[in-house]
Write a protein that binds this ligand. Structure first.
Ligand SMILES: NC(=O)c1ccc[n+]([C@@H]2O[C@H](COP(=O)([O-])OP(=O)(O)OC[C@H]3O[C@@H](n4cnc5c(N)ncnc54)[C@H](O)[C@@H]3O)[C@@H](O)[C@H]2O)c1
Length: 309
């Protein structure tokens, strides 16, 4: 099978690309390296360094490669960038997705998988864990752009089966520890280097953290599902809430870090508490997360320790 994987030089996309390659598929990665790194791109894939917004070049790629599946992970993926530059965020996340959907439909692609955002799609839900049917309004331009792109996907699903995987907070090896998001990567690296660790807000804010290995499994299930002609939107997470203070405490133990955190003001656009109901994904995709947070944190710390950044 031929797969176009956008964002394959990024954290999640590179792991998903590896999975397709291991299964024996031909993978073509499209990434503009705006946040991704060339070193993340798996060896046995083809790579085109272009932006998904470059319509003409994208069209040529679809015309020649004729993908069976498009797995779309390229995005402006930062909440904080989206609040500072909502136009750029909308361009990449909404317009970029429409370009891919349009070309996929036109060139006979059999399925489209989209990396959605469960952490930002629902705003501040009253009931947790939150179900996909919750109609909450996102608190950031990023949440709005990801949800809008998903709506375009559902619109196109009459022409091409479409699945959106609404991830919780994904963590694990290869996450960028120098970005503004990705609290586990940032804390791990800073603790290992005995640097100060900053918490934005009072640390009681919660997230539904999911290990990258489980996210790859969700992509495997979604690929099978979409190839059977099905469409849908699914939360992909654990259903559990963990506070940032708890993450700090657990990582402190694992890394033997001695300092206390430094608290800073909360950041604009971030939700306070979130966990995602995953019953739909269990029932329809057969998706079950397997990695407990303690195990996932240890694997992540080991990765950053061995990388030695
Ligand atoms: N990390 C999370 O917790 C999380 C949670 C929910 C959803 N997501 C979604 O998962 C996807 C991957 O996220 P990630 O954490 O791996 O982020 P990432 O920044 O590591 O990966 C995004 C990739 O997209 C590329 N990219 C950005 N703009 C592009 C453009 N115009 N054209 C081509 N490539 C472009 C970047 O260079 C990067 O390699 C994103 O769609 C993100 O919105 C991530």
């Amino acid at each position: 099978m031929k797969v176009i994987l956008t964002g394959g030089a990024g954290f999640i996309g590179s792991h998903v690309a590896e999975f397709y390659i291991k299964e024996g598929h031909q993978v073509l990665i499209i990434d503009d390296l705006s946040t991704g790194k060339e070193e993340n791109i798996p060896q046995d894939s083809r790579f085109e360094k272009i932006s998904i917004l470059e319509y003409k070049k994208m069209e040529k790629i679809f015309e020649k490669f004729k993908p069976d599946i498009v797995n779309h992970h390229a995005a402006q993926s930062s909440v904080s960038v989206s609040t500072k530059n909502p136009l750029y965020d909308a361009d990449v996340n909404i317009k970029g997705t429409i370009i891919l959907l349009e070309l996929s439909a036109r060139y006979g692609c059999k399925g489209f998988i989209f990396a959605g955002s469960g952490g930002t799609a629902y705003g501040e839900p009253e009931v947790l864990p939150v179900k996909e049917s919750c109609q909450g309004v996102p608190k950031s331009p990023y949440g709005v752009s990801k949800k809008s792109a998903e709506m375009y996907g559902m619109y196109y699903s009459e022409k091409i089966p479409f699945v959106s995987l609404r991830y919780g907070n994904v963590y694990g090896p290869r996450q960028d520890p120098f970005g503004e998001a990705g609290v586990i990567a940032i804390f791990s690296r800073r603790m290992l280097n005995n640097e100060e660790v900053f918490i934005y807000g009072d640390g009681t804010q919660t997230r539904d953290f999911i290990f990258i290995g489980d996210v790859v499994k969700a992509n495997k299930k979604a690929t099978e599902y979409v190839l059977k002609g099905n469409s849908g939107i699914f939360n992909i997470a654990t259903g559990k809430e963990t506070s940032v203070n708890e993450i700090f405490k657990k990582l402190k133990e694992i890394t033997n870090y001695k300092k206390d955190p430094i608290y800073k003001p909360r950041r604009e656009g971030e939700v306070y508490r979130i966990s995602l109901d995953i019953e739909e994904a269990k029932e329809k995709l057969g998706f079950y997360p397997e990695v407990q947070i303690e195990e996932g944190l240890k694997k992540t710390v080991k990765y950053f320790y061995e990388k030695g950044e």
